[in-house]
Design a protein around this ligand. Structure first.
Ligand code: IVH
Length: 664
């Protein structure tokens, strides 16, 4: 075969495969039969292998009917996906209405309110009654097509009862229950939990493996028809959409007075925790479509709608006392003891005050009435003092502690630090905290050693550091109060079993400064064993992705200071044998010890790729050298691709990398 005909065969083959892929994924109408598809892929691969100069990173020859997409195509929104302005209370809503009515003189509009579901926006395109594309908001002008993933949403019609061509928009979300199930599953796999249902939904939608998306249960609430409506009001339009089978954001309410909206807002706020999904407010919209047109848009949001948000939830209660918590590193944290009060669905009786500077900033005194707030996160904080409630009474100042509540040592405050800390490493509270941390679920996971037992063990002198757990015998344990033969045996067995916990858990348990769960995992994957960590220099630590100079120094110090690492050494002497890192998904061997460089624009965010590669054992570095094993290329790769060719580095596109990472 001549060179030119090989080239044209390769090019034609690629085009045919690309068309077939598009047809397969987007139209669900196969262009090629399975056998034909495989044969063509095989042929293309052979030609590319034989003629390296014809290789192309982007060739579908490397795409072997993947269960996963290699990337999401992008699509421009015909009508931009805007955001909403926000107001946080009824007074602000009135101001919003005042400026709206200036644009609509003489009108007394009817408002529609909907729940503001906390998820992410999606545009759905139907052609001739069929769902043909689902596009994320992206930057508002261009989004990503996640059609296959959206099609796993069971409540969404793939086919309408009439052959309509239209675009609707809505919110993709998780129910609170599904969200917590998802996170439990992730924790079991050692994957980081999603912070909130919104992040979880976003993460799921951007998963390339549709089968995985299908196992999760996303929902959609439709709140808008973007193409022309056959009706004059939004309420009628949404009713019509509901009749076509769309899941509509429920319940819609119509109001002609803001007072009524105010009551509904308070009522909704009060029952928000009883809903199956998370909401962060109401959306208030003009109902009449003609009025919307007259009100128009700003560059960022419609003038005819606004989000009436709940904001952080607040409650008022009394500060009864300030307790001092001693952390495992000796930090003394002031903790507010409060008269119990309901806040965001739970009863709160304690809140962190962070540090003494914060107390001074708040002007907080014992006995004060305080405002507590619970925002998006779980931990309540004290945000202000109700000064009027003091009524001339004089309350006691809250002063920094003169001694550690546990050991009585005088606290120190280092220059440049906000915290006071107890400098005594033998401080019982610190000891207890260190052991508590060591046995905790995210470390050695020794459940039967609870806080009460730790207190007893320390008090009786049986244990001084976590390493001493591995010396415990049945007899002295049985002699402890409330400890029978059976529970003593259980405790001993649990401690014994912990000896072979994964290296990352052990590393986390050691309590090295700045080394949390995630860093421990990164370290375990990178170094693989304690001896390797002990042999590492400061620079070796710094060269690990995600590890900064301060942590690198702390790590080096820990492994080289006999005093700091004493308990660790004792653990090892007493039979702890951390298991080498486990790699989820069975991709273990795939990239263990390999070095990967990423270049070009990828379908999934680069950080996501990096994380995935590292989980499979790879080290991700920034530049290509002879030591690089793989170059992962996206669209418009730069000079790294040339460098890879020069060094003979294997070049993979996203699909090929997915393939490599798949469990075999
Ligand atoms: S209407 C032109 N209605 O909130 C914007 N948005 O903060 C039209 N959202 O991007 C949006 N529930 O993702 C609308 N009932 C609802 C909503 C809703 C949630 C989201 C949506 C929007 C964001 C703005």
């Amino acid at each position: 075969m001549s060179q030119t005909s090989v080239r044209s065969e390769v090019e034609a083959g690629r085009q045919r495969l690309r068309d077939a892929l598009v047809a397969y994924y987007l139209d669900e109408r196969p262009l090629l039969g399975d056998a034909e598809y495989d044969a063509l892929t095989e042929r293309l691969r052979k030609l590319e292998a034989r003629e390296p100069h014809l290789r192309d990173w982007d060739s579908p020859g490397t795409v072997v009917r993947p269960p996963a997409l290699d990337a999401f195509p992008t699509r421009r929104h015909r009508v931009p996906m805007l955001s909403l302005s926000n107001v946080y209370n009824i007074d602000e809503l009135r101001e919003w209405e005042t400026s709206l009515l200036r644009l609509l003189p003489g009108e007394r509009p009817v408002y529609l309110t909907e729940l503001k579901v906390d998820g992410l926006a999606i545009a759905l395109h139907y052609e001739q009654g069929r769902l043909v594309a689902a596009v994320t908001r992206g930057d508002g002008s261009v989004g990503e097509e996640v059609t296959r993933n959206i099609k796993t949403v069971r409540s969404l019609p793939h086919k309408l009862p009439e052959p309509l061509t239209l675009e609707v928009r809505g919110e993709v979300y998780y129910t609170v229950a599904d969200f917590s199930k998802l996170n439990q599953g992730r924790e079991r796999l050692g994957e980081p939990a999603f912070k909130n249902p919104r992040n979880a939904a976003a993460g799921t939608l951007r998963t390339l493996d549709t089968a995985q998306v299908g196992e999760r249960r996303l929902h959609v609430a439709i709140y808008a028809l973007v193409t022309d409506s056959p009706y004059e009001t939004d309420a009628e339009t949404l009713g019509w959409l509901a009749g076509l089978g769309f899941p509509i954001s429920d319940p819609l309410q119509r109001f002609d007075r803001l007072d009524a909206i105010a009551a509904y807002y308070e009522q909704t706020r009060a029952r928000r925790h009883k809903l199956a999904f998370q909401i962060d407010g109401l959306v208030v919209k003009l109902d009449r479509l003609a009025l919307r047109e007259r009100a128009g848009f700003t560059s960022r949001s419609p003038r005819w709608a606004t989000a009436l948000k709940f904001g952080a939830e607040q409650a008022q209660t009394t500060l009864e006392a300030v307790e001092i918590g001693v952390g495992r590193t000796g930090v003394l944290t002031p903790i507010a003891n409060l008269t119990p009060v309901e806040l965001g669905g739970t009863t709160v009786s304690r809140a962190t005050l962070h540090n003494y500077d914060q107390i001074a900033r708040l002007g907080l005194k014992l006995g004060d009435e305080v405002i507590l707030e619970k925002g998006g996160d779980i931990i309540p904080k004290v945000v202000s003092v109700v000064l009027e409630a003091r009524k001339g009474r004089r309350f006691k100042l809250i002063k920094p502690p003169k001694k550690c509540p546990s050991c009585g040592t005088a606290p120190v405050r280092l220059e440049g630090e906000v915290d006071y800390h107890c400098p005594n490493p033998a401080c019982p509270a610190q000891r207890a905290e260190r052991i508590r941390h060591f046995v905790s679920r995210t470390a050695m996971d020794i459940e039967s050693v609870g806080p009460a037992l730790i207190e007893q063990l320390l008090a009786s002198g049986l244990v001084q550091t976590y390493a001493d757990l591995y010396l415990l015998g049945a007899e002295p344990l049985e002699a402890l109060e409330r400890m029978g033969q059976k529970s003593a045996a259980n405790v001993i067995q649990a401690i014994e079993e912990s000896k072979t916990r994964p290296l990352e858990k052990f590393l986390h348990g050691l309590g090295i400064r700045y080394v949390g769960e995630r860093t421990a995992r990164v370290l375990a994957l990178h170094f693989g064993s304690i001896p390797a960590l002990e042999a590492a220099g400061v620079e070796d630590f710094e060269n690990v992705n995600e590890i900064g100079a301060v942590t690198a120094k702390a790590l080096y110090d820990f492994f080289h200071d006999p005093q700091q690492s004493e308990a660790m050494q004792r653990c090892l002497q007493r039979g702890v044998r951390p298991a080498p890192p486990e790699r989820p998904g069975g991709a273990a061997a795939a990239l263990a010890g390999k070095t990967v460089v990423i270049t070009g624009t990828l379908g999934a965010p680069r950080t996501q790729w990096k994380e995935r590669l590292e989980r499979a054992g790879a080290t991700v570095t920034g530049s290509v050298s002879a030591k690089t094993d793989y170059l992962l290329v996206g669209a418009s790769p730069g000079s790294k691709l040339d460098a890879a060719r020069k060094h003979g580095v294997e070049v993979l596109d996203e699909a090929a990398m997915h393939k490599l990472l798949e469990p075999r």
